[in-house]
Design a protein around this ligand. Structure first.
Ligand code: 9MR
Length: 386
């Protein structure tokens, strides 16, 4: 009873202080203070985009600074676009194929592999001094239709999957720096992706064992490539990253090869928070393997409902890119940096476009292929912490 009284007395006092505004115990008459919030807003309203003076993002950086690019039959193929080629060569030292090294592209029928488009891209990269990150050997999405209708027992499925991994990794052996070996095998709650529309034919037909079998086959086919497990929401979901960490520990105990974890990082302007991102990176750093940001893009129009990118939002995006890159560089020691890849060159190429009702500008270059303030944010963080 007495306790209750004391609690309610405290509560009333607190509510009173909050209502009046409290400054270290003194009551403050808010009406006499300038409206700080409004002042700040007025100060922050930008009428122009802040200048971008980045000569080359990769300059002086000793780890991969990558970008995903379309190739093959995709409309905006880098091999047909001088603007994209120029920016890729000027700013980046690594490429990922956005689509053309996926299962459906490389292995259209059970007995046919089609390496032409991917070879053209890999040759373009090496002719211009860029390394390649392979994306992706085994994924539940963009599988070939013959794979989805494949029938056979568990052993037959294992052989079918291993044949894909072995043939593809052997074909590119010595030409790729690294591979996403398995992509998105876990759900956000930490369970294996299994049934439903976005279920995994690999898990359904082989079980969790498909993951280690893919890593073993990839290592045997290309002993020098770094092998990554790659997934989205790893910087926000403790349950999902927890499952990945447990898998890596299990692999390490049983000598299954794995060199790193790929954090896709399709994120927004305000989520996840920077301290959460750092804490999640740290969990993989603690395993002694590499951390790679594999698919970075930052959506900015999740709440504002804008028609076009304003200087203010561009500035927020610049700070957000700066913060994310800084978080990576201050958390991941040099020896464990697998690098940073953005998922596309120009905003017009982004997979985000068309996904939502409102437009967005998630990347480092605008529709005119000019560097955005976001580019400056990345460059500033690299210069400060690399
Ligand atoms: O950017 C890719 C887009 O062009 C494809 O239509 C899409 C199909 O699933 O895949 C996109 O890339 C994805 C990547 O391969 C894996 N992580 C998520 C990426 C964005 O969806």
């Amino acid at each position: 009873m007495i306790n209750l009284r004391i609690i309610s007395l405290l509560l009333f006092t607190c509510i009173g202080l909050i209502a009046c505004g409290s400054d270290g115990g003194h009551q403050v008459d808010k009406s006499k203070l300038p409206d700080k919030q409004e002042d700040n807003n007025q100060q922050e309203k930008l009428t122009e985009f802040t200048p971008v003076t980045v000569a080359s993002l990769k300059e002086g950086v000793d780890f991969p600074i990558g970008v995903a690019v379309p190739a093959g039959n995709y409309g905006s193929s880098i091999l047909l676009s001088e603007e994209r080629q120029n920016l890729a060569i000027q700013h980046f030292n690594q490429l990922s194929a956005e689509n053309i090294m996926k299962m459906d592209a490389l292995h259209p029928t059970q007995d046919t592999f089609n390496f032409t488009d991917a070879d053209n891209l890999v040759n373009f990269a090496s002719n211009n001094g860029l390394s390649m990150h392979g994306h992706v050997l085994v994924w539940h999405s963009q599988t070939a239709s013959w794979m989805r209708s494949f029938t056979g027992d568990k052993q037959a499925w294992i052989e079918m999957m291993e044949n894909h991994v072995t043939t593809v990794a052997t074909h590119f052996a010595g030409r790729l720096k690294s591979w996403d070996v398995v992509n998105e095998a876990f759900l956000d709650d930490g369970n294996y992706r299994n049934t439903g529309d976005s279920g995994s034919i690999w898990y359904q037909n082989i079980g969790a064992e498909f993951i280690e079998r893919a890593f073993i086959a990839a290592r045997a086919a290309d002993p020098d490539a770094e092998l990554y497990y790659n997934d989205y929401n790893l910087s926000s979901s403790a349950a999902k990253l927890g499952a990945v960490v447990n898998m890596v520990k299990d692999f390490q105990n049983r000598n299954i090869p794995i060199d790193g974890v790929g954090f896709q990082m399709h994120i927004s302007g305000n989520y996840p928070g920077i301290s959460a991102i750092k804490a999640q990176f740290q969990k993989v750093v603690d395993l002694g393997i590499k951390v790679k940001i594999t698919e970075l893009d930052i959506r900015m129009n999740t709440a504002e409902n804008l028609d076009e990118l304003t200087p203010d939002i561009a500035e927020k995006q610049k700070k957000r890119y700066y913060d994310v890159i800084s978080a990576y560089l201050t958390t991941v020691p040099s020896a464990q940096r697998g690098g940073i890849t953005v998922w596309g060159i120009s905003d017009v190429d982004s997979w985000i476009i068309g996904l939502y009702d409102s437009p967005d500008w998630p990347l480092l270059f605008n529709a005119e292929f000019e560097g955005k303030p976001a580019l400056q944010g990345v460059a500033d963080a690299l210069a400060e912490f690399k």
